[in-house]
Ligand binder design. Sequence first.
Ligand code: SF4
Ligand code: SF4
Length: 293
Amino acid sequence: MKGLIFNIQRFSTKDGPGIRTTVFFKGCNVNCAWCHNPESIDGDLMLRFDSKRCINCGRCAEVCRYSATEMIEGRRLYHLEKCTLCGDCVPACGEGALEMVGKNYTAEELYSIIIKDEDFYRESGGGVTFSGGEPLLQQEFLLDMLKRCKAAGLHTSLDTALNVEWSSIEEVLPWVDLVLLDIKGMNSERHLRNTGVSNEKILENAEKLSATGVEIIVRMPIVKGLNDSIEELRAAAAFLKDWQNLSAVELLPYHSLGVDKSSEYEALEAQKRFEAPDSDLIDKARELFNRSE
Ligand code: SF4
Ligand code: SF4
């Protein structure tokens, strides 16, 4: 069994306590309009193309056996529908303009990377975070990784949107110390519009999660005009009010990283640019949640 991973970030300090390794699983079943990792949504390999580096030398077209890349009037032209993601063009490009995003790891391979920084985790109170994408969509592989990490005494965090069956969550929880729970809005219709899925299952799972006693940090992306109404934030504060195991609510004002990233994937639609919420709205939201971030 292998896990499809699109990034491994060592010495991360933003995904749980201390110094951590954050492992980003590829594939997600929530499609946020503002996603800052748009390459994470597709659960398959993807070819990344950086047009700024491309000098239209034609080497990628020469090696492509499927006519997925050709040179037309001196310019590289890519045909997504013909591309088999074989990866032959990547090393052929001497300019570093092409990259295959996503790599299949065995549990042994991934664990050997994570455990390299064991001393840093212990000294800083850190550990490992499984993020994505949605790690629970590769549940069997995730469970294997969690068990290995817990057997080594590592602190484990799971970053999830909970848009899966409760049984999948329940099965991994005994090996999870901290859940980083992404809540993207309380209004079901708006949630559907903003993410492509409604939020009933997510909120139902969130309530069940809060009853398990596992430590939870809620993370809420806030995007102007999409989910930044005071009603929406009040509803979230009311929803979380009685959670005994909630250690923080982190508000994440929108940033436009996903716009630039999406332009580097010919398989992705260009992401729309949104705006960050007003700073006084964030101040009000912090008051509402009345918890330190
Ligand atoms: S090999 Fe690289 S630089 Fe040359 S045309 Fe292809 S992508 Fe552009
Ligand atoms: S990944 Fe393979 S099929 Fe796709 S463009 Fe590159 S060489 Fe051609």
